[in-house]
Ligand binder design. Structure first.
Ligand code: CTP
Length: 409
């Protein structure tokens, strides 16, 4: 039995990037031999095992044949006769198909090192098409390595286009897609993920609501970049630059979906796009079964981002409604994330990236003022039930009036 490191561990070592997890391929072994050595099988159907001590992954060399649509439609063929080259040829990218033995000798039949040097993401063989998730993976790698100068090979983009057009992406499970999307959004250049998906037609398949934003104009006075799709990419870029968490990045991607619904004769204005976009945001949320905190923030940012921008002009009563909608008293962190998303939205405009955003501190101050209202004195005055709720609201409104007066003085 021969054991090689493969995939990300070899790729990232050659790139000089820290390696996080190590995958290994085992050639010339049977399941029985692996079990006899104490390896623990992962799942029932996969020829993948965990090392008894390190817990690292060891997969038997295998070939794959496609037997149906989607990921469930795979049959695996693993046997001691499968060679290293046969295993490597069915992997996604040449840079992921380099094997390394324990003396650091490389086996690189598909020229992954050449592509690493040339900074090219290139598929290994037509077997790429066996797993449509690879369309998302390539876009994610493009986002991750954009800073190093990597681009997608034209022939790989073409294959991704064919896969997208075939409708195969529809067969991906929400869980597998979300894992790629969420990882891609957390990369340094998440906008590249969206750009690559768009370039191969996958964005139209996966998130037609986002794809529809390209070509939709906004008023130049507020949005010098004009195009709503371009604006969305810039907002995402700013969110990464400012190290925002996944919740904020997800909200940034979806905040303007309503603009894709504006009838052309109303362009470049987008009246009530915040409200119109809500059903689209919810649909995308559900399609990928995004985690609850991502879903919630995206919907709230969609509905209220314009309030954020107009914070300094809002009446105290509107400010109060905003704070109530966010339940800022119990969920202060969520309101903070809303503020961040609004700020990224403002910065995601051409030439305005560095402009200050006083709305952020103003909103923080408003939240602090409203949260500062003490409940105890109202209880002592004998308020109970719904009356207590009303009394608290009145006090908060008073606090916000004072806050607004002081802030504008
Ligand atoms: N692989 C593949 N097709 C997939 C998933 C994985 O060909 N759909 C292969 C690739 O050779 C990949 C290896 O399995 O390099 C390990 O996969 P994974 O751990 O998911 O990714 P890494 O390449 O290690 O990258 P990351 O740093 O993102 O974990």
């Amino acid at each position: 039995m021969r054991i090689y490191k493969v995939g990300g561990a070899v790729r990232d070592r050659l790139l000089g990037i820290p390696v996080t997890d190590i995958d290994r391929v085992v050639v010339g072994a049977t399941t029985e031999q692996m079990l006899a050595k104490g390896f623990r099988p992962v799942g029932a159907d996969f020829p993948v095992f965990l090392h008894p001590k390190t817990g690292e992954e060891y997969a038997l060399a295998r070939t794959e044949r496609k037997s149906g649509r989607g990921y469930g439609g795979f049959t695996f063929h693993a046997s001691p006769e499968v060679t290293l080259e046969e295993d490597l040829i069915r992997r996604d990218l040449t840079i992921n198909a380099i094997a390394e033995d324990d003396q650091q000798n490389l086996t690189d039949p598909y020229h992954g090192q050449r592509d690493l040097e040339a900074r090219i993401l290139r598929h290994v063989s037509p077997a790429f098409a066996e797993d449509p998730l690879r369309v998302l993976r390539v876009a994610r790698f493009a986002a991750r390595y954009a800073g190093l100068g990597f681009t997608v090979a034209p022939e790989t983009l073409e294959l991704m286009r064919q896969l997208s057009e075939s409708g195969e992406l529809q067969a991906l499970t929400a869980e597998r897609s979300w894992k790629e999307i969420s990882r891609a959004l957390m990369e340094d250049q998440p906008q590249v993920f969206i750009e690559v998906l768009r370039a191969c037609g996958a964005l139209k398949e996966l998130m037609p609501e986002v794809d529809a934003l390209f070509g939709v104009p906004q008023p130049e006075a507020h949005h010098p970049e004009i195009d709503t799709g371009e604006h969305t990419l810039s907002v995402l870029e700013q969110a990464a630059k400012h190290k925002q968490p996944l919740t904020v990045r997800w909200a940034c991607l979806l905040h303007d979906l309503g603009k894709g619904l504006t009838p052309e004769d109303e362009w470049p204005r987008h009246i009530a796009h915040e409200f119109k976009g809500l059903k689209l945001i919810k649909a995308v949320n559900e399609r990928f079964k995004a985690p609850r905190d991502c879903q919630e923030l995206a919907v709230l940012v969609g509905e209220y981002h314009t309030h954020g921008h107009r914070a300094l002009e809002l009446k105290p009563s509107t400010l109060l409604e905003l704070l109530q909608s966010f339940d800022v008293y119990r969920r202060p962190q969520r309101f903070e994330e809303f503020i961040s998303a609004c700020e990224m939205d403002a910065r995601g405009r051409k030439g305005l990236e560095e402009r200050s955003y006083p709305q952020a501190d103003y909103l923080r101050g408003a939240a602090k003022a409203a949260r500062g209202v003490a409940v105890q004195p109202l209880l002592e005055k004998g308020f109970k039930g719904p009356e207590l709720g009303e009394a608290i609201k009145r006090e908060r409104l008073k606090a916000l009036k004072t806050y607004k007066e002081t802030a504008s003085a």
